[in-house]
Design a protein around this ligand. Structure first.
Ligand code: AMP
Length: 425
């Protein structure tokens, strides 16, 4: 969760210098109501590239792509990589698990000059976990280009980040607080920056991070620095904010009814009382043969409580939240990734971006307080076209919240059938 994550970040409000207008582009474009909400799909009629070979990318980058195991570009990669390789601003939306990270990583790597040993790509993520995951992707895809990557997040020793920067890195991936700190101190040079990328851009621009992001974007970037914004969700108010920062961007936006994933079956169990959720969950646990599952709650205390309850019934699982010590958080995440822990209880800290291919079931023990997070949470299953199942345990007002979600995303959430075999989780 943002508040959790930003606790150890420097408070940018206290810093003296926050310019009025972002300097990513010298003359920030005046927002002329882009009409994106009116037209259902704004693609600026993109050219589709069916293969990586057609994209005319550097040979070493293509080698990195194939050896990472990507054979064919995903839909978002087919339309977003080439505009980025031509060095344009981009505002791109694509459903969870459809290859956004690959899209912005390949797109930005395509404009990197490996001979310049200075940061040329800056990727900003909302959490350390996501930052680490993205660092691994950039490192692998950029391997044959000899691109060096730093993961700069709160919790690392600042001095280590500084030494790594001095050793010469071309890409920095990190969380807003640490990145701002490194720029402010002059340790992260923006002189050669080609791309600033905001992953989960709506969260970055809207929530607590917006001041930090603004301060970062106000840094002294060259006018040639381009901005790329990516997310699965882009609420209209965020698009408006984004337009202030973007300069003649390529826009790839989805209408709300295309945001949820078709491959994820969604169910609900309606309960008269909150405290009936636990026995239902215990029952589900025994009946569903899950590969790996994520159970979402809204607060840290609930995560701890639920973990205790389930453990006392003999289930092996872990929980994670943003107030946990960094090393512990990392260990639990690694255990979940490796499959040695099959069930993880989480707060919205891990709602976004986390990619564990084996997750086939997401349980919302509580519905998220923010509508967008519903999409991000259930998108942890059904990665890259796989099938997934989401089960919502609802009581009280959650019934209306779920109706609102169904309406907004034009999606259907069915009542969980008695015979769970049919849902195939
Ligand atoms: P993302 O939406 O970036 O989190 O990616 C979701 C998953 O899709 C990750 O496990 C990626 O490794 C995988 N993926 C992304 N692009 C491709 C591709 N072109 N071919 C195969 N897998 C991909």
């Amino acid at each position: 969760m943002l508040s959790e994550e930003s606790q150890d970040s420097p408070k940018v409000h206290e810093s003296p210098k926050v310019n009025e207008s972002p300097k990513v582009h010298e003359s920030p474009k005046v927002y002329e109501s882009p009409k994106v909400h009116e037209s259902p799909k704004v693609h600026d009629s993109p050219t589709v590239y069916e293969s990586f070979d057609e994209m005319k990318l550097d040979d070493n980058l293509v080698r990195g792509i194939y050896s990472y195991g990507f054979e064919k570009p995903s839909k978002i990669q087919q339309i977003a990589i080439v505009p980025m390789s031509k060095h344009t601003d981009i505002l791109a939306q694509s459903q969870s698990g459809t290859g956004k990270t690959g899209a912005f990583t390949i797109g930005s790597l395509s404009v990197v000059n490996p001979n310049i040993k200075s940061p040329q790509i800056l990727i900003i993520c909302p959490t350390r976990e996501l930052s680490q995951q993205t660092t691994n992707v950039v490192t692998s895809l950029g391997h044959y280009m000899n691109v060096k990557v730093l993961s700069a997040t709160g919790g690392n020793r600042l001095q280590n980040d500084i030494s790594t920067l001095r050793s010469g890195v071309q890409c920095v991936v990190g969380t807003p607080g640490r990145i701002f700190d490194l720029i402010r101190r002059g340790d992260l040079s923006v002189e050669h920056m080609k791309y600033v990328i905001l992953d989960e851009a709506d969260q970055m621009l809207e929530d607590l991070f917006s001041d930090q992001i603004k301060a970062i974007l106000d840094s002294n970037f060259p006018t040639s620095t381009r901005l790329a914004l990516f997310s699965a969700t882009m609420p209209p108010n965020v698009i408006e904010i984004a337009e202030n920062y973007l300069n003649n961007p390529v826009r790839i936006l989805l209408p709300p009814d295309e945001v949820t994933l078709k491959g994820i079956k969604q169910y609900y169990v309606e309960l008269e009382r909150e405290d009936w959720k636990l026995p239902v969950l215990l029952d589900l646990y025994q009946q569903i043969a899950v590969n790996q599952a994520l159970i979402y709650v809204n607060k840290r205390q609930k995560a701890e409580w639920l973990a205790k309850q389930l453990s006392s019934h003999g289930f092996t699982l872990e929980y994670i939240h943003g107030e946990m010590e960094v090393g512990e958080r990392k260990k639990r995440m690694d255990d979940f990734r490796s499959g040695s822990v099959r069930v993880l209880i989480s707060t919205d800290l891990l709602a976004r971006g986390i990619d564990v291919q084996q997750v086939s079931l997401v349980v919302n023990y509580e519905l998220p307080t923010q509508r967008e997070n519903y999409v991000h949470r259930i998108g942890r299953s059904g990665r890259y076209g796989k099938k997934g199942v989401a089960i919502n345990l609802i009581s009280g007002d959650e019934k209306n919240m779920l109706k609102d979600i169904e309406k907004h995303y034009s999606t259907t959430v069915d009542e969980l059938p008695e015979n769970l075999d049919v849902i195939g989780a």
